[in-house]
Each structure stands twice: as C-alpha cells, then as structure tokens.
Design a protein. Structure first.
Length: 250
C-alpha cells in the first residue's frame, strides 16, 4: 500500500515512468494469493507485475522463519494462477545453486513452475545467480547451457540481467563482452531485459545501468534496444488487471 499511495500522488506525466510491481508478501503463506487479489481490487489498473519475490536466496533463506521459501511450493502455485488470470508477469528470485555446489542444485524449484504454468510469464532475476554465490564460486560453468536449454523449452521465461550477471558472465575480466552470451541474447532477442537491482538508495542508478554499455554496444542496435527497454515494456499487462478468470492470451 505504501508503493500504491506514493504512485497515486504522482502526476499523470510522472506516472508514465513507473511500473509498480506488487511485493511484500510471504511466499510460504497460502493466503498470500488472497492478499494480492485484495490489492488488485483496491487499486484497479495500478499493478503491472508481481515481485521481486524472494524464494531461495542465499543467507536470507536461513533468516526466514518456518519452511524454506521455494518457487514451486503450493502458496506460490496459487500466485502463479492469479498472475496469469490478471496478465501480470512474475519476477522471481530463485537461486540456481548453493554457495558450494557446482551444479544446478535448486533448478527444479524454478523449472517446475515454468513447466506447470505455461500461461504465466516469469522474469527470472539474475538467472538464479547472486553476489553471495559469486563470492564463493567465481563462475558457474553450467549457467550458460542451462539458461539456453530453459529458454528453448519454455517460451514463458524471461531473464533479468542485473549487475550480478555483468561479471563474470556478460563481460570478461578485461570488461570485454563474452561472445557466447552475445550469441545467446541474439538467439533470443526478446527474452532478456536489463535490471539495476539497486536497493535502498538510488543515487548510483545511472552508473549501474551505464555499466551495461559495452555489452549493449556489441549487440545489433535493434537487439540492444529490445534488451535495454522494449522487452520489459512488452511483458507488462496490455490492459488493466482483470478480476475474472480470463486465461492469458497474448
């Protein structure tokens, strides 16, 4: 409600630059879907997505009371159904592995929702990576082939390229774009989007976003424009959120 009230205080011109996503709910609580539905009724047409939903997330997972939040639990399943009914993309943080395992240990937790909810559009935050994982594992060799396979198998999957993806994946140690990631983005030019992942203070937002310039400059201009701007806008609801059970049809 804090976000909703703040957005509603903006002028109509200012609001064009904001795309509020609904967050701040317990991903383990089966009543969260009802809470989200209530906010959709209270603020019709305001919300343009759900998330970033923190499920499995480094040490934050251990700090969560009760069961480990998982992207494939029953509470989240209800949310995915609700998201599809209301044409809302879901931005999901679900780590692909732990700080020690050199394999996609937790991939099942995000792949099950992708397979079971084909009418829900998922934005996978940082492709399951995080700064904490990189502190312990410099480079996940399995990440590129895994992301490539998922993009081919699930047309409802989109990848958020925030700063934790910049190095060591998009850019090498010298700051040069990696050819294999450029090729993947060019193969799926409508499935990647930039994200800042800036939290709390936003005075470094411009600097964070400009750090992607070397990678974007190495892409064809039309693809770079999609990744930098158009793909995110395209995934947003085409109409105001609906209250009925109308299936997603894009």
């Amino acid at each position: 409600m804090i976000v909703a009230d703040a957005v509603q205080k903006l002028t109509s011109e200012q609001r064009q630059h904001f795309h509020p996503f609904l967050s701040g709910f317990n991903p383990n609580d089966k009543n969260s879907a009802a809470h989200i539905q209530r906010l959709l009724y209270l603020y019709p047409g305001l919300w343009q997505g759900i998330g970033e939903v923190f499920t499995r997330h480094d040490d934050l997972t251990a700090l969560t009371a009760g069961d480990t939040p998982r992207a494939n639990n029953e509470a989240m399943t209800r949310i995915y159904h609700l998201a599809a009914e209301n044409d809302l993309p879901v931005m999901l943080h679900s780590n692909i592995t732990s700080k020690r395992e050199k394999n996609p240990l937790y991939l099942k937790e995000v792949e099950e929702p992708l397979r079971n909810h084909p009418h829900t559009w998922f934005i996978w935050a940082h492709a399951g990576t995080s700064a904490e994982i990189h502190r312990h594992q410099t480079h996940l060799k399995f990440l590129l082939p895994t992301v490539s396979r998922l993009l081919e198998a699930y047309p409802n999957l989109f990848i958020d390229l925030s700063w934790s993806m910049l190095t060591p994946y998009l850019l090498d140690e010298q700051g040069k774009p990696r050819a294999e990631w450029l090729a993947l983005v060019e193969k799926y030019p409508e499935r990647f989007m930039l994200g800042s992942d800036v939290v709390g203070r936003f005075n470094k937002l411009g600097k964070e976003m400009h750090s992607f310039t070397p990678f974007l400059d190495a892409l064809p201009e039309a693809v770079a424009r999609k990744v930098a701007r158009d793909n995110f806008l395209a995934i947003l609801p085409r109409t105001a959120p609906k209250s009925g059970k109308t299936p997603l049809n894009r």
